[in-house]
Design a protein around this ligand. Structure first.
Ligand code: GLV
Length: 309
């Protein structure tokens, strides 16, 4: 029984240290030096090389190192018998809330405009809008989207939400399903995307949906780059239907050097840092799931493969 870390794009040392500190009994290995692969029953993965699971004949559990499992679920080599789990962590939620609140306030208080003014040594006060007059639309009301919507409402914004199925939230007007999408979009002066990426949500931010936002609306995408049709965003910014966008995720990461987003005056880019998993904070749930696997008990934070989250 071995736990293997398969995370070619991440530095594995902090993960190994965090797990060893609380569960020294676990036989822990790091891909690609994790021979013999037949011993591995639990894989902790991020951005795994596609097809890799075919090398592990005895996998019982595959745990994402993050909240998202879209990349993982696309891998055709996931064995039928393996249970997929993901990270659910209050710190991921609070970091996401910090980021979205910062991005919304940054936009409402016009920091990007003042940054441009500073470049030109221009002292030009602008009347700020009051946040209780600004409506933020939260697209995706899962574990993180719900919490961030509440955080924005507590901060004083008007908040509306949209999700696939109907939900009830105090202080947030919830729209559900395709039928109510247009009403949701037309109310959202700032649109925040926190949907899971699935075949149903890929390219959901496109010319048709973004055009339903009010004139001058602002987009914040903190979910996945493939939710957004990037050319459609550029045209809507260029013809001033949208006033700007803050993108923590893009369809190709890292964003290629020649990509127009880098130098677009209305786009703010951050390198997929809105919410980063802290190995020390999440090691206990990984170890708990490893122990549950050993004891043949139900695992925490299981993913429904059909739903895709
Ligand atoms: C980050 O993008 C995550 O899915 O945790």
């Amino acid at each position: 029984m071995t736990l293997s870390l398969i995370c070619p794009t991440k530095y594995s040392a902090p993960w190994v240290a965090a797990i060893e500190a609380i569960a020294p009994e676990i036989d822990l290995r790091v891909w690609p030096d994790d021979d013999d692969k037949a011993d591995v029953t639990f894989a902790l993965v991020w951005a795994q090389p596609e097809g890799i699971f075919a090398e592990y004949p005895n996998l019982q559990v595959i745990s994402s190192m993050g909240a998202g499992v879209d990349n993982l679920l696309q891998d055709p080599s996931i064995p039928e018998q393996a249970t997929i789990v993901r990270i659910v962590d209050p710190r991921l939620v609070s970091q996401m809330g910090d980021y979205v609140l910062a991005a919304t306030l940054n936009h409402v208080r016009q920091f990007p405009t003042y940054a441009q003014q500073q470049q030109q040594q221009q002292w030009q006060p602008l009347q700020p809008r009051n946040i209780d007059e600004v409506t933020v639309g939260m697209m995706g009301l899962g574990q993180i989207g719900r919490a961030v919507a509440n955080r924005l409402a507590q901060a004083g914004f008007q908040v509306v939400g949209w999700s696939r199925g109907a939900k009830i939230m105090a202080g947030v007007t919830v729209f559900a399903g395709k039928n109510q999408m247009q009403d949701f979009l037309s109310a959202s002066e700032i649109l925040v995307c926190l949907l899971p990426l699935t075949s149903a949500t890929e390219n959901i931010l496109n010319a048709e949906t973004l055009a339903q936002l009010p004139q001058g609306a602002y987009l914040i995408n903190v979910a996945r780059g493939n939710h957004l049709v990037e050319e459609d965003l550029l045209s809507l910014l260029d013809d001033d239907h949208l006033s700007g966008a803050c993108l923590d995720v893009v369809s190709q990461e890292p964003l290629p050097q020649e990509h127009p987003f880098w130098s677009h005056p209305k786009i703010t880019i951050t390198p997929h840092i809105a919410s980063l998993t802290d190995p020390v904070s999440v090691a206990p749930q990984i170890v708990e799931n490893y122990r549950r696997m050993m004891a043949r008990q139900p695992l925490l934070n299981q993913v429904d493969r059909q739903q895709g989250y």
